[in-house]
Design a protein. Structure first.
Length: 180
């Protein structure tokens, strides 16, 4: 079980309207295997973004009034990572390093938009391909990784932009050995 920082990076979507803010995640994962392993997990991920619009006058020219809307989504982040420990596991060392890669599904639970009338529908599931690295010392671990968005965030083009959002994360936690 672990938790930590979750960040977002907005891929170019034809506008500069979206800006990422820090978020967080917490959840559980299972590491199955020795030197080569599979690491499925389930995390609650809170993602924060800002959307900025510039007002236009009747003549179509910017009137200098900008409106910023905060967007917060809650989703289940379900990674299925494969990995390799980089230090020989035969001697059962206390410390080890590892590298991981694999797909992740982000299943939307709800989204909140600040005090504005933006209207959009978030995709129910967004897909990612990710990679990462980690360190473990006995039962303590530290993971860091990056997930590249393979699908756009919204259904349709209701707000004139439809970005792909990449995720970065740093997670620390405790890993319990169930059977040796």
């Amino acid at each position: 079980m672990g938790g930590g920082y979750s960040g977002s990076k907005v891929d170019a979507d034809g506008s500069d309207n979206w800006r990422a803010r820090a978020g967080y995640q917490y959840g559980l994962e299972v590491l199955l295997g020795g030197r080569f392993f599979v690491k499925p997990g389930i995390y609650m991920q809170i993602r924060n973004l800002d959307y900025t619009t510039t007002g236009l006058g009747q003549d179509g020219i910017s009137n200098g009034i900008t409106t910023e809307t905060r967007y917060t989504s809650k989703a289940l982040r379900i990674p299925l990572m494969g990995g390799i420990r980089l230090i020989d596991t035969e001697n059962d060392p206390d410390f080890n390093l590892y590298a991981t890669a694999g797909p992740t599904a982000l299943i939307g639970l709800n989204a909140e938009v600040g005090d504005n009338s933006l209207n959009f529908t978030t995709r129910s599931t967004q897909w990612y391909i990710g990679f990462g690295a980690g360190a473990e010392y006995r039962f303590i671990f530290l993971d860091a990784g990056y997930d590249v968005g393979m699908t756009n965030m919204f259904n349709g083009d209701g707000i004139n932009t439809n970005p792909r959002i990449n995720n970065s994360y740093i997670t620390a936690g405790l890993r319990f050995v169930l059977n040796k």
